[in-house]
Write a protein that binds this ligand. Sequence first.
Ligand code: GLO
Ligand code: NI
Ligand code: NI
Ligand code: NI
Length: 407
Amino acid sequence: EGKTMKDHLRFSVVYWHTFRGTGSDPFGPGTAVRPWEDGTDSVENACNRARVAFEFIEKLGAPFYAFHDRDIAPEGASLAETNRNLDAVVAVLKEEQQRTGIKLLWGTANMFSNPRFMHGAATSCNADVVAYAGAQVKKALEVTKELGGENYVFWGGREGYQNLYNTDIRRELDHLGSFFHMAVDYAKEIGFDGPFLIEPKPKEPTKHQYDSDAAACINFLRAYELTDHFKLNIETNHATLAGHSMMHELDYAGAQDMIGSIDANTGDMLLGWDTDQFPTDYYLTSQTMLMLLKYGGLTTGGVNFDAKVRRESFEPIDLFYAHIGGMDAFARGLKIAAAIRADKALENFVSERYASFDSGIGQKIEQGKTSLKELEAYMLEKGEADANQSGRQEMLENVFNRYIDRA
Ligand code: GLO
Ligand code: NI
Ligand code: NI
Ligand code: NI
């Protein structure tokens, strides 16, 4: 398709797990060895961390990175001070981007860690929290624009509910819809023209997240007339938490032209939460790349490693091993997916399987040019023998295995 492997594998390193991750888990505090931290939450430390981050990304050879506003700079005593802190670190990031050529895949606002967001951000029951969230997104958009970010992401954070007895869903969804419209308007005003991406995720941190999966997000975007400005950022571990596969989420979104970018990681069959492990499974990376290729590949999006190393093995060198393992798994997955596509193996299954739509009544159905009356007349006249059998199904998993073995 005239694209190189690099065009398809726009790898991106996340600031939060990689440079801010402490190795903590629900049962204990951090264990990570982080020589770049001086133990303070100062702007100076943040600027130094930014330089170390770029040294890491540069050595890794990844073309992109992604951050939340609060990953890169400490919060101050007031919004104004917080914004000044951000500006100071952004100046360093900008220098480092220019020095290395590394680019910002996307920026986003962390509207879930600070206790003020306990009941959500745009869907909070407190209007002042919604206002604060608005101010935060305004600044995060400015910073993303300043750094040439190619997309801007909204993961729902705490946009959801714990309890229906005290929640007005209709109002909260309306607030979220108008919040996104304000973001679209402001992006236009400052000339930020990258796509906005919603990142679907169910179950955490609220019991029910409004953006639970691709289908829920797409429905929301249509209902609030936002589809011109938004696509999705699809994360593997979120797909599985929603009871789907990554392949399902990508295919469902792709069929509606809604794939924007991916957060690449993997869940663990034995663990029930967003464990954010680095992807190493060729089946998974092949299936992911197969779906991305099917829908034309990534354009502004990337393969963003929203992943962390496990608690028991967190030294700086592990960050290299983990990313390199993930990159290799995706490169191999891309080769396998490309081989499957070159053979048109799956397309052939699909065209054979739907052959009855190529002519006659099938064509009419496909083109929406028939009616229930006509379908009944057709059936009565033809007889239902063909309707009583739907043909042999191939063992497709076996087909997939053939390519995994070959590549
Ligand atoms: C959490 C999400 C989160 C987002 C990030 C950017 O489970 O994966 O890390 O990717 O906030 O939107
Ligand atoms: Ni993510
Ligand atoms: Ni996640
Ligand atoms: Ni995650």
